[in-house]
Design a protein around this ligand. Structure first.
Ligand SMILES: Nc1ncnc2c1ncn2[C@@H]1O[C@H](COP(=O)(O)OP(=O)(O)OP(=O)(O)O)[C@@H](O)[C@H]1O
Length: 230
């Protein structure tokens, strides 16, 4: 591929605990992820997927090796730099983390308020447009509490993508959903990512959604096993 990777890891290691209890969770991770790619990460429980995802999201400090996110080196990065990088990433988690006392639109709008360039714009209109894009045009003013699991997850997608981030990280986005809702949710993510040219890195145990990936990577005991192209 000719374009520069949006995420690039070289000899990345990670440890938890101190002294005798220190345990290595990631071993020599080498990985490059390119603009517009949809990469799915699979692997057994405890293999290090969430640890790697949180490093790649600037949510955890890099201890050893090199990790660049959007051309910023994260090893030794200051808190300020980590926060700068985080603002350019959309996050979707299993437990959607919506604020239940806000409406769908207010939840999406909140993510725009973090970006100075959106403060001048009609954030309500942008939030509404994103909710329409995920098929929730008729639920814009509903409180998050009153939506179904699949609808909440679609609000979480709208929230993650509203500011048009270059990278979206998703940890088990379909885990709490039935088959049909799970499928809908990933297809919406796939369509929006392709439209916006954003990269998606998604961790899942859900074999039914592997086909949306451009590339599948597999973690095993803290190491990246064989990568395959679908
Ligand atoms: N905060 C922590 N403190 C200590 N050990 C941790 C911590 N977080 C993760 N670990 C350990 O690091 C290893 C990798 O965990 P991680 O959560 O990254 O795996 P995972 O592949 O995401 O698992 P799952 O699929 O169950 O979510 C595990 O052995 C886990 O026990």
């Amino acid at each position: 591929m000719s374009s520069k990777p949006v995420i690039s890891a070289h000899q990345l290691n990670h440890y938890f605990g101190k002294g005798e209890l220190r345990k290595q969770a990631l071993f020599d991770i080498n990985l490059e992820i390119y603009p517009g790619e949809i990469v799915i990460m699979t692997g057994p429980s405890g293999s290090g997927k969430t640890t790697l995802l949180s490093l790649m999201g600037g949510l955890r400090s890099v201890q050893e090796g090199s990790l660049t996110i959007l051309e910023q080196e994260m090893c030794g990065a200051s808190k300020r730099k980590m926060i700068q990088v985080r603002k350019q990433i959309g996050y979707i988690f299993q437990a959607h983390n919506l604020l239940t006392f806000l409406t769908a639109k207010q939840n999406v709008r909140m993510s725009l308020e973090l970006h100075p360039d959106y403060l001048e714009k009609d954030m309500d209109a942008i939030a509404t447009e994103m909710l329409q894009a995920v098929g929730l045009g008729d639920r814009v003013d509903y409180y998050a509490d009153s939506l179904s699991g699949g609808q909440k997850q679609r609000v979480a997608i709208a929230r993650a993508l509203a500011s048009r981030p270059k990278i979206v990280l998703a940890d088990e986005p379909t885990a709490a959903l039935d088959k049909k809702s799970g499928r809908d949710v990933v297809e919406i993510m796939q369509r929006l990512a392709k439209e916006q040219g954003c990269t998606i890195l998604l961790v899942t145990h859900d074999n039914r959604i592997l086909d949306i990936a451009d590339r599948i990577i597999h973690m095993e005991d803290g190491r990246l096993a064989a990568a395959s192209y679908s």
